[in-house]
Ligand binder design. Structure first.
Ligand code: SF4
Length: 772
């Protein structure tokens, strides 16, 4: 291991007033609201943690007093929490909320099983015995292929849920984040470049387009907004924000483009038209390392800025200016689409068109451009003990062969989130093991609630009571973030050319009867091994997650103790242009080794495109036909969508009252006696309907309706209405204030290529109550 970074940190015992002094200089920019005053006999310890609430794993320093965590700060120099070496580490509001979540009265603190129809608190022994019995019976009666694995965001990088239920139990079907968050973005990029996601090299960039992404608040670690601000200051970089909403990113941007929703693909094509017409593209890259340029050029030949201006509402001169700025700064430029595009029913094509721009200017895995980040390699602990982990899921039949499910046409054994209820009705899915997730919040809510009720077996690991844990047969109380140990190795960070590892022990003992995930899956594996005579316990031979990770860290010549002590370590160098083979030829991890503008080489996509009468090359698809989404009309003239990009509501089982307060304060709505999500509506649309801020309004679609408090706001385009997701019915928040926006969503609201839940709904808004 090359450890060039002096990661200074500590696990220090401090006592009495001396502790207060140290805690006060611990380098945080935000403090949790819990008191940090020492108790008279208080003994304080500052330990490390890792926030994984959005998977970014920002390093934490946690002050613990008499076994209770009382304060959180960031870790200086941490790759995900800071802007780099010798820079302050910070935590966002979600990270800061970990204390509130840990001590929330809404925590599940004991194992529960369903007895005579009632969820009943039981001992761990009884819960494990019961779950193992039911899972063994299920395996015998239905086969593992009818047990759905549902994977939430937090802790998803821990391998044990998959190890037990995919590799050993053999359940092939999974709902992951690709159908609830990023499918169109990541699948198109993967087919084009052979790499999952093109996270930017922000700090070295000179031209950054945040496209449908509120990166100042919705990030893969605190480093991202800091790197962007560094790039603006140090490189005089330009930040362009393309978003119908005036977000925090729009506030910081040099240009805010309030584009008409779902027209992003047209804007991208017209930018390509300018770049090609004016010979501003990277000819050498295009000629030597790409496939399908001819088709791309043909597709954009007549897509002038004037053509796009009509569709997008963006001025043609402005389009030219952005296209030139982006191309001229290349390869130190990047255009990054995100959930603003993936939530669209025409999202795949729109993402493909934006990705193509990056290939056109040759910024692929180059300094200041997109990156193909790699994680530091860790050892496989099973190999150390000559344990060959089986892949039993590969032998299981696929129970859900639906020709009319586009996502299934790819032969991908993931199930679209919105289609699960139908699979349950058809008897193809009969049970679910869910890890830290809340499916009825992610689409097709009503049917999902019925589906959970109809399943024969539902086993949940989670920390909060919500729609699925309340309906489960077995509930295992998961330890919260600060009660669990953690390890992650990664690439994307404030260190542009380095890989890293970060890890931490549990900061405090789990409250009540909660257990860390490893212990839960280990106990289950042991019980299942006995019931089914499988020997699966062998694959969980480690006493603890820490011991498992200790073996993983052999590869970087560290112990878990050492890593915990210093919070993180820089491990190895990460080159640019990893797509270049040794001979300088292109060696992308795609079917043809090239960067693909045209996806005709991806057989499974080519078949689907033909069936849908779509091109495999970049192309404009308006959201107005059978495949690409519903449009507004006289009855439903406003286009509604929800967002989870704010710091408040990301990460499923949130129970963070202070974040809600901060959200309402932001819009001056904190004194309205209301704790829910707001409907943001433009003054023009509000005036037409006699709506003022504080009024109660009904949002009605062709399928359903929800009720929210209105916030009249110029930071939203006329014709667009928006609210935050994560509130209301089925929420983990005890009073369920606000509305679950996915009540408007139905099975058919799906992006047709990837199966991603589409979240745009034509609606009408009507005032139902006077203002508060
Ligand atoms: S960005 Fe925020 S929520 Fe995500 S890991 Fe960092 S502190 Fe936690």
């Amino acid at each position: 291991m090359s450890s060039e970074d002096p990661t200074v940190s500590r696990r220090t015992f401090l006592a009495g007033s001396a502790a207060a002094a140290v805690a006060a200089t611990a380098g945080c920019t935000g403090r949790a609201n819990q008191s940090s005053e020492p108790t008279p006999s208080g003994e304080r310890e500052v330990v490390h943690g890792n926030c994984w609430i959005c998977r970014a794993t920002c390093g934490q320093e946690i002050t613990v007093e008499d076994g209770r965590a009382i304060n959180l700060t960031g870790v200086d120099g941490h790759p995900k929490a800071s802007a780099g070496q010798d820079r302050d580490g910070t935590l966002c509001s979600k990270g800061m909320a970990q204390l509130e979540k840990t001590y929330s009265p809404n925590r599940i603190t004991r194992p529960h099983v369903r007895k005579d129809g009632e969820l009943t608190a039981v001992s761990w022994d009884e819960a494990i015995e019961y779950a193992a019995e039911r899972l063994a019976d299920f395996h015998r009666e239905h086969g593992p292929e009818r047990l759905l694995r549902y994977q939430g965001y937090p802790i998803a990088k821990h391998p044990w849920h998959n190890l037990l239920f995919k590799n050993l139990y053999g359940a092939p079907l999974k709902v992951g984040r690709k159908t609830t968050c990023h499918g169109p973005f990541s699948t198109s990029w993967e087919w084009m470049s052979g790499y999952g996601r093109e996270w930017p090299d922000w700090q070295n960039s000179e031209y950054m387009i945040a496209w449908g992404r509120n990166v100042m608040e919705c990030f893969r670690g605190q480093y991202e907004p800091k790197a962007i601000m560094d790039a603006k200051e140090n490189n005089d970089a330009t930040l362009v924000c393309i978003d119908p909403r005036y977000t925090k990113t729009a506030q910081k941007a040099d240009k805010w483009i309030p584009i008409k929703p779902r027209t992003d693909g047209a804007l991208a094509l017209s930018m390509a038209n300018v770049i090609i017409e004016e010979d501003r593209y990277d000819e050498a890259f295009v000629e030597n390392h790409t496939h399908g340029f001819e088709a791309y050029r043909d597709a954009v030949e007549d897509k002038t800025p004037e053509w796009a201006a009509e569709i997008t509402g963006v001025d043609a001169d402005e389009i030219r200016e952005i296209a030139r700025g982006f191309a001229d700064a290349a390869p130190s430029s990047v255009a990054l689409p995100w959930t603003g595009l993936t939530f669209q029913q025409n999202g795949f094509k729109n993402c493909q068109n934006v990705h193509a721009l990056n290939g056109l200017v040759g910024n692929i895995d180059r300094e200041g451009g997109t990156r193909q980040w790699q994680s530091a390699s860790l050892a496989d602990p099973h190999e150390k003990y000559d344990l060959d982990v089986p892949s039993n899921h590969e032998n299981a039949p696929n129970p859900a062969e639906y020709d009319d499910y586009p996502f299934q046409k790819h032969g991908i054994r993931n199930v679209s989130h919105n289609l699960v209820p139908r699979a349950v009705r058809d008897g193809h899915i009969k049970g679910m093991v869910s890890n830290w997730s809340s499916p009825p919040k992610s689409g097709n809510t009503q049917e999902w609630l019925e589906a959970i009720e109809a399943m024969e077996l539902v086993v949940i690991v989670d920390a909060f009571w919500d729609s699925d844990s309340k309906r489960a047969d077995v509930v295992f109380p998961g330890a919260s973030q600060i009660e669990q140990p953690f390890l992650k190795s990664g690439g994307d960070s404030s260190y542009s050319t380095k890989t890293w590892v970060t890890g931490s022990k549990a900061a405090i003992d789990p409250i009540g009867d909660c257990k860390p995930d490893y212990q839960i899956y280990r106990l289950l594996a042991e019980a299942l091994a006995e019931k089914m005579g499988t020997g699966w316990d062998e694959y969980f031979r480690w006493e603890s997650g820490e011991a498992y990770w200790d073996d993983q860290l052999d590869a970087v010549d560290m112990s878990f103790d050492e890593l915990d002590n210093q919070s993180f370590a820089i491990v190895s160098d990460l080159e640019y242009e990893q797509w270049k083979g040794e001979d300088g030829e292109s060696d992308f991890d795609t079917v043809n080794g090239k960067f693909n503008f045209d996806l005709d080489v991806v057989e499974k996509y080519a078949d689907l495109a033909e069936a849908m009468d779509a091109s495999t090359a970049p192309e404009w698809h308006p959201p107005d036909d059978e495949h690409y989404g519903e449009t507004t009309d006289n009855d439903y003239p406003l286009l509604y969508n929800d967002v989870f990009v704010e710091q408040i509501n990301r990460g499923h089982d949130q129970a963070i009252g202070r974040s809600v307060e901060a959200y309402l304060e932001r819009y001056d709505m904190e004194d309205r006696g209301y704790d829910g999500n707001l409907l943001h509506i433009n003054p023009e649309d509000a005036a037409e309907r006699g709506i003022q801020s504080g009024d109660t309004v009904r949002i009605e679609s062709a399928d359903d309706e929800i009720e929210l408090m209105a916030h009249v706001y110029e930071g939203i385009r006329p014709g667009r209405v928006v609210s935050l997701s994560g509130f209301g019915e089925t929420s983990s928040h005890p009073d369920g204030a606000g509305a679950n926006t996915m009540i408007l969503n139905r099975e058919r609201h799906i992006e047709p290529v990837t199966g991603m839940t589409a979240r745009n709904h034509p609606v009408e808004v009507e005032k139902t109550g006077g203002g508060n």
